[in-house]
Write a new protein. Structure first.
Ligand code: GAR
Length: 203
């Protein structure tokens, strides 16, 4: 088999999506890729403990007390040191500049907890997305995995999965179900899609 694509996962918090990716990898669902680095924007992120428990190196790069440029220089240094082929944003809450995104064209994917183009854009992240869906009264929501590129290709969609909204849902119960029924399934699938593409390009 050709060399596996080397994956970095960027996280900021609990890291349940990271856990889903690591479990998928361990059960052979990402045969063309390997998660070799976890990068947290917050040194307290529980995701770093999850990485350690799975034997994957973790680093923290906090934006506090540094410029955007320094922050991204540090990220890029880690990506270079670990010879990363592509990056998965799995609940990564720090903004990345257009320049960074350009350097990694077609090499960054993100999971968003709604069916894009609904409930996305500025200020829409985490629980807020589910609060907005409930406030609107939609009956179906879901999750989207998309490429993070410059406009016009900005958010080319790779995978989506719908999740039903129940009458008694709270933002918290909806968030949990969207993760269980959509995010945790889509991310490993998308990781394998990109890894397969990168490894076949390498041949
Ligand atoms: C997930 O619900 C993810 O979709 C969301 O943050 C959560 C991270 O959870 N991401 C966004 O809102 C990005 N716009 P996790 O740390 O347990 O994986």
């Amino acid at each position: 088999m050709t060399k596996k694509a080397r994956i970095a996962v960027f996280v900021s918090g609990g890291g349940t999506n990271l856990e889903a990716l690591l479990n998928a990898q361990e059960s052979g669902k990402i045969p063309h890729g390997e998660i070799v680095l976890v990068c947290a924007s917050n040194p307290e992120a529980y995701a770093l403990t999850r990485a350690k428990n799975h034997g994957v190196p973790g680093v923290a790069v906090s934006k506090k007390q540094m410029s955007q440029q320094e922050f991204e220089q540090q990220l890029n240094k880690h990506l270079k040191d670990y010879q990363i082929d592509f990056v998965i944003l799995a609940g990564f809450m720090s903004i990345l500049s257009e320049e960074f995104v350009r350097q990694w064209t077609d090499r960054i994917i993100n999971v968003h907890p709604s069916l894009i183009p609904s409930f996305c854009g500025k200020g829409m992240y985490g629980l807020r997305v589910h609060e907005a869906a409930l406030a609107k009264g939609v009956k179906v929501t879901g999750a989207t995995v998309h490429l993070v590129n410059e406009i016009p290709d900005g958010g080319r969609i790779l995978l989506q999965k719908a999740v039903e909204i129940r009458d008694d849902d709270s933002a918290e119960s909806l968030q949990r179900r969207v993760m269980e029924e959509a995010e945790w399934l889509l991310l490993p699938q998308a990781a394998e899609m990109i890894a397969l593409q990168i490894t076949s390009d390498k041949v």
